[in-house]
Design a protein around this ligand. Structure first.
Ligand code: FAD
Length: 412
């Protein structure tokens, strides 16, 4: 049986960053990174952006060239899925029945897209957007598709809708709630994105529950809604969230919260020598106004938790307290967010959304808690300090877009 000092399960953003940082911090032990995808670690956000639009070839998505892993003595086991973990003997089992030993285990498996469960869910032409293979499958069919229904008005659904409508498809977005981005953004931002999409020809249908996917000769032909309406569709794209890939650890008795592996401030799970990072890790975040564990699905969190675990394993423990940030690209609109808006009790709009460039600032007890900026890099950059330091601001000055945010940080 092959054994390594550190085994990283999941060769995505978090896993790749943890492996690189271990070496950067001088770790000389053996390191293996095991991933179920056939690719070397790659940048996932472009899948719903420049890779779907075919502006960027896959080679430009690789996080590191192949020789990086070789020269840093990091063994990358591709197309290898871990199906069981024995935390007593420190052994992993692959789907092919092989065993791997570990000293420390870093679980960095991200998540799998939540699947449709309604009738017709298994028809050809229904696509998810998580892996290169998912997007390649979609791209192959696009030439023969005119009408697309996107299920889910979250970031991934809206980004896919933007690319597909720019590529000339007739796109309808179905959102179950009464506004898009309802889980992550304030109402002004939701309404802005709804009108931005509508202005570019995308049909946004709110309060819409999918009842059934209709098919013809085994391929999707339409979507039936709970209110009886039928929308024609030659392709369906589903973006309704992910389920963290934690089954082997759950079966091994590791504590699972909010669907993810519960970790402490050093990314340690409830079991010795088992760490979890990235989308699959549940943690208490100091920037979240709501108490209770959360999972963050962002490149920032994947990279920063990877740093936490690499620091810990190289004898320099630093508790995780990174400032959350995120971005989304739709058409020529760049959204940048900092902080976590959940639990805010006041919202301040800076600037006029109809100008296409504005910010929404979220406050809790008078302190700046989070900020969303559209095409306003200056606010995003200056707003970071306000969120980081939980600055108390005057909402009237905050609402005046001519007052730079950095001056509010100084005044406070
Ligand atoms: P992943 O990158 O998903 O990597 C996990 C890897 O583990 C996968 O390759 C998976 O196949 C593998 N794996 C799972 N189970 C096993 C197993 N049992 N054995 C072996 N391997 C396994 N974030 C942003 O900040 N900004 C954006 O604009 C943005 N856009 C996005 C667009 C899309 C289409 C998607 C899908 C995500 C986007 N994200 C964005 C989120 C971001 O990509 C994720 O937060 C990030 O990839 C998380 O990294 P991770 O390493 O935790 O998981």
């Amino acid at each position: 049986m092959q054994a390594y000092d550190v085994v990283i399960v999941g060769a995505g953003h978090a896993g790749a960053q943890a492996a690189s940082l271990l070496r950067q911090r001088g770790f000389t032990g053996s390191v293996a990174m095991v991933g179920e995808e056939p690719e070397l670690p790659y940048d996932r956000p472009p899948l719903s952006k420049e890779y779907l639009s075919e502006e960027k070839p896959f080679e430009r998505l690789l996080l590191r060239p192949e020789e990086f892993w070789r020269t840093h003595n990091i063994e990358v086991l591709r197309s290898t899925r871990i199906v069981a973990v024995d935390t007593e003997t420190h052994q992993l089992q692959t789907e092919g029945g092989e065993r791997l030993g570990y000293g420390s285990l870093i679980w960095a498996t991200g998540g799998a897209p939540r699947r449709l469960a309604c009738a017709g869910h298994d028809l050809a032409g229904i696509h998810y957007v998580r892996t290169r293979a998912d997007v390649d499958a979609m791209r192959t069919e696009l030439a023969s598709v005119d009408t697309v229904v996107v299920i889910g008005g979250g970031y991934i659904g809206l980004e896919a809708a933007a690319v597909l409508s720019t590529r000339g498809k007739q796109v309808t977005v179905l959102e179950a709630q009464d506004r898009v981005l309802a889980r992550v953004a304030g109402e002004p931002l939701s309404r802005f994105y709804e009108s931005a999409h509508r202005a570019r020809g995308v049909d946004i249908q709110l309060n819409s529950q999918v009842e059934q996917i209709l098919g013809d000769a085994g391929r999707v032909s339409g979507v039936k809604l709970a209110d009886g309406r039928v929308l024609p569709a030659q392709m369906v794209v589903v973006g309704i969230g992910i389920l963290p890939a934690v089954a082997p650890l759950a079966e091994a008795g590791v504590d699972i919260q909010t669907g993810g592996v519960m970790v402490d401030e050093f990314c340690r799970s409830s079991v010795a020598d088992v760490f979890a990072i990235g989308d699959c890790a549940a943690h208490h975040n100091g920037f979240c106004a709501n108490t209770g564990p959360i999972r963050l699905e962002s490149v920032q969190n994947a990279n920063d938790q990877a740093r936490t675990v690499a620091d810990f394993l190289t004898g320099n423990p630093q508790p995780y307290n990174a400032l959350p940030w995120f971005w989304s690209d739709q058409y020529d609109l760049k959204l940048q967010t900092v902080g976590l808006s959940a639990g805010h009790d006041q919202m301040v709009l800076r600037g006029d959304p109809t100008s296409g460039s504005f910010s929404v600032v979220y406050l809790k007890d008078g302190c700046v808690q989070a900020l969303d900026s559209v095409n306003l890099v200056r606010d995003f950059v200056q707003g970071k300090a306000l969120v980081k330091n939980r600055v108390v601001v005057d909402p009237v000055a905050l609402a005046d877009a001519s007052v730079p945010l950095k001056s509010l940080a100084v005044l406070a």
